[in-house]
Design a protein around this ligand. Sequence first.
Ligand code: VAH
Length: 320
Amino acid sequence: QIVIIGSNGQIGTELAIALRTKFGAQRVVTSDIRAPHVPDTDGPFEIVDVLDRKSLHLLFSKYRPTQVYLLAAMLSATGEKYPRQAWELNINGLLNVLDLSLEYEVKRVFWPSSIAVFGPNTPKIDTPQYTVMDPNTVYGISKLAGERICEYYHNRYGLDVRSIRYPGIISWKAAPGGGTTDYAVHIFHEALKTGTYLCFLSADTKLPMLYMDDAIDGTLALMEAPANTLKIRSSYNLAGLSISPAMLADEIVKILPGFTITYEANDPRQAIADTWPNSIDDAEARRDWGWAPRFSIADITADMIANLKDNIHIVDGKSI
Ligand code: VAH
């Protein structure tokens, strides 16, 4: 059995779809702290609190998973509103899952890190795998510590835990969960709903971004790679594109000519974005497990608009 903890989120939702397509729906168990908006009728779902070890023991003993994907976390912007909760969830949730994975002899564990592990003194252009890392958000600090913890559990206990430093991820199937890069999804919803978007990051804020299809393909490729080919057990840099709001708006206008964008100043997420890289060097991921993204900014824009145009969901009065 494969277990996904945090399957309601932007990435968890699509990992569930991809893993069920690959291994069969009944073999992939989704789980989250609460039931999803839309009930999961494709396969087994469990309510699990990653901070409650009893809840995890029930999950691991019931399903005896061979693989575990831990996607439960509090992201950068929300984490700055609730720093202690972000640290607790991101670190103790990880420690609980690593300990249970050892106890139940899980073969492979996936845990996402983020380009948020880089900080104001990190080189911003083609940020290398090994470099200065001085994150100043609780989310980034928790992900940096989490990387060291994963490497420790691998080196000390032999746990086959694997990780990717995700850039911002653009997708349409599920809403992003309170991050600094969420603008890159909201912009498409607003372009289709209202024809205009008030962006919380400045026009020239370049950030590493990745389309969800590439993120999922890369994650599955990492998880399939033979263990002895993986030289990095903290977390792999993964680059897609270096995109700014203005670049994305220009691409959207090519398909939706009337679209306009405006920019609000002083959003707290700008200060977070300003500490992150503009672009990433992912040479190690390409070398060790053949990583190569496929989607260009034009492909992303076309795919997002084509799919959202018929799928704009209004949930609790908001488009997600
Ligand atoms: C966030 N989407 O904005 C997440 C991600 C690199 C960004 O970690 O917090």
